[in-house]
Design a protein around this ligand. Structure first.
Ligand code: TYD
Length: 204
């Protein structure tokens, strides 16, 4: 099992607050003159754009094809010869990603066979996994408040199943993956401080 050093992944349900927290952490590294790279999945590269079309319901496909698209986007995200993040990590940068293969295990396994999802997501693990645990009801309220058109997965029953899958996955992480679960009901500032404290205990 390979572990990507200084790779920090943020995970959580839609509306959990991962995007806010990852941006705040990036600002902190910027302030401290650390070399970092912030990214997200689905990416804004061509395969990720296709995934987003499916999420916006502009393209209709099967759950299995979508699972394969997420995995293809991830493979490209990691290994693309010009912008792959593995190289950035090898160069010594701190890389932070808003979502990674844990999202596929949690979301795609609701509608696809979980062994298929695991098989196509045989990617290296991050050194740090930060799970922002926000109850489904709070996530739904935040999604409603955004006032945007609902995406494919923005439904309470679906998110409940996703949360169960996350919990199962988080309880059996391989050695070497450092997991921090934070309570997403706390204030943005409190959560931010907790994440910083945790990472700085590893000198990050
Ligand atoms: P994201 O961009 O984080 O959501 P938002 O548009 O709210 O910022 O992710 C888009 C959606 O894709 C979200 O519902 C989670 C889902 N997703 C998966 O189902 N599988 C995956 O592998 C990934 C990376 C995301």
């Amino acid at each position: 099992m390979s572990i990507l050093k200084s790779f920090i992944v943020f995970e959580g349900l839609d509306g959990a607050g991962t995007t806010t927290q990852i941006r705040n952490l990036a600002r902190y590294y910027e302030f401290n003159n650390r070399e970092y790279f912030i990214t997200n999945e689905p990416t804004s590269n061509p395969i990720g754009e296709l995934v987003r079309k499916v999420l916006r319901k502009q393209v209709v496909t099967t759950p299995e094809a979508l699972a394969l698209l997420y995995a293809a986007d991830r493979n490209d995200h990691l290994y693309n010869p010009s912008y792959g993040i593995v190289r950035l990590i090898e160069e010594g940068k701190i890389v932070m990603s808003d979502r990674y293969f844990y999202s596929s295990i949690a979301y795609q396994s609701v509608e696809c066979d979980s062994s298929l999802v695991k098989m196509i997501n045989d990617f290296p693990s991050p050194e740090f996994l930060i799970f922002i645990d926000t109850p489904v009801e709070d996530c739904m309220k935040r999604i409603e408040k955004r006032g945007e058109e609902k995406e494919l997965f923005d439904r309470a029953e679906f998110l409940t199943a996703v949360r169960n899958n996350y919990m199962k996955e988080l309880s059996s992480l391989p050695n070497g993956v450092n997991l921090l679960v934070v309570d997403g009901r706390k204030s943005i500032e409190e959560t931010e401080a907790e994440i910083r404290r945790y990472l700085s205990s590893f000198s990050l």
